[in-house]
Design a protein around this ligand. Sequence first.
Ligand code: PMP
Length: 365
Amino acid sequence: FVRSDFLDLPQYSPIQPLDVVAAEVGVPIERLAKLDANENLYGPMPEVIEAVRNTEYMHIYPDPAQTYLRQDLAKYIGGSIGPEHICAGVGSDELLDLLIRLVEPGAGIVSAPPTFGMYSFLGKIARSQVLEVPRINAPAFDLDVDGIIDQVDNHNGKLVFIASPNNPTGGLMTEDQVRKICAHNCILVVDEAYAEFSGGSAVGLMDEFPNLVVLRTFSKWAGLAGLRVGFSVAHPKLTEKLLSIKQPYNINVATEAAARAALRVKDKIVEEHIKPILAERTRMLVLLQEFAWLTPVPSVANFVLFKVNAPMDAGTLHKELRRRGVLVRYYPKGALAGYIRISCGRPRDTDLLLDAMRDLDVPAT
Ligand code: PMP
């Protein structure tokens, strides 16, 4: 009885637990550099861990209206944004899924690859029409705004997903591009999973465009990928609908406590995690200049995409780094074949990366 198009559907992301990777490659967990998923390797702040530890009312269902969390999130975003603009989800992934289910079944979902794979993955599962408008001018990977608008105007594109900064190419969408797309008959979702690293946000355009949705997450800057919390900022009418179609108890009490505690110590997270991670991005870029066969794509996020040139190849590099306990993201096929993405971590993670790189056997040219 399973849908025929599901028969050969692969798992979205077969991420392996760290202990499994450690056992497989024979490197102790503390010597692994997990630079494959853009997480904050410093982990949550002690205040956040303490808040989770002190979570009360685990035996009572959580507040389906997310009252306190939405108030805190609105304050965090600031400006004219109030709780009526906010809906929290189980990671921003849940919001992507809710948005896809909010539009008419079968409507067009526009995505601009290479980008975050969940847009087309969730679109296919929901039987949406997935409309891909490839980015142009590799390795600049610019948005083809006219191509996107053509899908909206002429091919039933109802929901446009753009990551800004884009994962994995690392660049921002401009305000002008947001304005151009929002002027057409669609919902534009600007996925700002990495905004705390890049600065800048489309959220300032919210009052002007009722069809603009901004997504944020605690997975990257706040070190809470494992607790799963993200949120949307959107027009109150759209937000009301997201709140009505979500699972009533989607945000569990421990996650709510963690997210609210992270907001209380946000300035400390900026000083102790975000700034050092950005400094590590610079340091990694300088150190990797030693390897002339690696070309970085400029990034404003906590990761860098690299083109891997001869005599090395991306598949070998991924495999050989992994053997040495350094995990990076590899794209076996598509527009990013020949590239790898490396997340920026702590100084020790860059050190482990550099040690592993220096240990490689690079074929002679
Ligand atoms: N959007 C983008 C662009 C991402 O890169 C990611 C994480 N890889 C997500 C959303 C998902 O974030 P979350 O953990 O909040 O579901």
